[in-house]
Design a protein around this ligand. Structure first.
Ligand SMILES: [Zn+2]
Length: 228
């Protein structure tokens, strides 16, 4: 266990973390990783990012010096650093912190994990729910870590397809379970606000491994359990 500054587990974070746009002064949420992540508010990075946001305001034809926008570049810079903090977190290390030997060998499912991410093509949010299941093979992991690992990958620029697979692969690599299944259902603002402007469309992606692929009944049970 390295990085002592990242200790103090206190809450199962992700599930209850519902505010996608914290104002971000100092530490922007109660998440221990966030509090510990000093790099997030590194003044030099906030500075150069703020400069880029000023350029962006100019580019869309705004007056970056009018009152309402004076502090916007810095605010957006801090917000973006929060929304991309997953780049500075290691999902496999995070999972390894809470692995336990256990003989339980039925499916473990955490469903309806809130998810907020940003599409890498438009830098617009996509958000929805993730359902994560695995079948242990001698080792289990703390349930909150499953939600946390979703967060780590979601707080990066993403496409939903890759996000789904990365979550599966991290769990597979660390626990080496009999199988992993991940389903994500999300709305993409780049489809809602622009482009095809389809307000109610939901994109579903899935990634599975092991028994979820080889056993139709296991897969069927999982899909039944995640039905709304
Ligand atoms: Zn997009």
């Amino acid at each position: 266990m390295k990085s002592k500054s990242m200790k103090q587990e206190k809450m199962p974070s992700a599930i209850s973390e519902s505010n996608p746009l914290p104002s971000g002064r100092g530490s922007c949420c109660d998440d221990d990783d966030c509090v510990a992540d000093r790099a997030q508010n590194d003044p030099a990075i906030i500075d150069s990012l703020s400069g880029a946001i000023s350029g962006l305001l100019e580019g869309i034809g705004e007056d970056q010096f009018r009152e309402g926008l004076l502090k916007t570049p810095e605010r957006v810079a801090r917000s973006l650093r929060f929304l991309t903090k997953g780049y500075r977190q290691n999902p496999e290390e995070l999972l390894k912190k809470a692995v336990f030997t256990e003989s339980y060998d039925e499916m473990v499912l955490v469903r309806d994990i809130d998810l907020f991410s940003m599409c890498e093509h438009h830098l617009l949010p996509f958000f929805g729910k993730a359902h994560v299941a695995y079948i242990p093979d001698g080792k289990i992991v703390g349930l909150s870590k499953l939600a946390r690992v979703v967060d780590v990958f979601a707080r990066r620029l993403q496409v939903q397809e890759r996000l789904t697979q990365q979550i599966r692969d991290a769990i597979q690599n660390v626990l080496n379970p009999r199988g992993v299944a991940v389903v994500i259902e999300a709305r993409h603002l780049c489809m809602v606000m622009r482009g095809v402007e389809k307000i109610n469309s939901i994109t579903t992606t899935s990634a599975m491994s092991g028994q979820f692929i080889t056993s139709e009944s296991t897969r069927g049970e999982f899909l039944r359990l995640i039905k709304p």
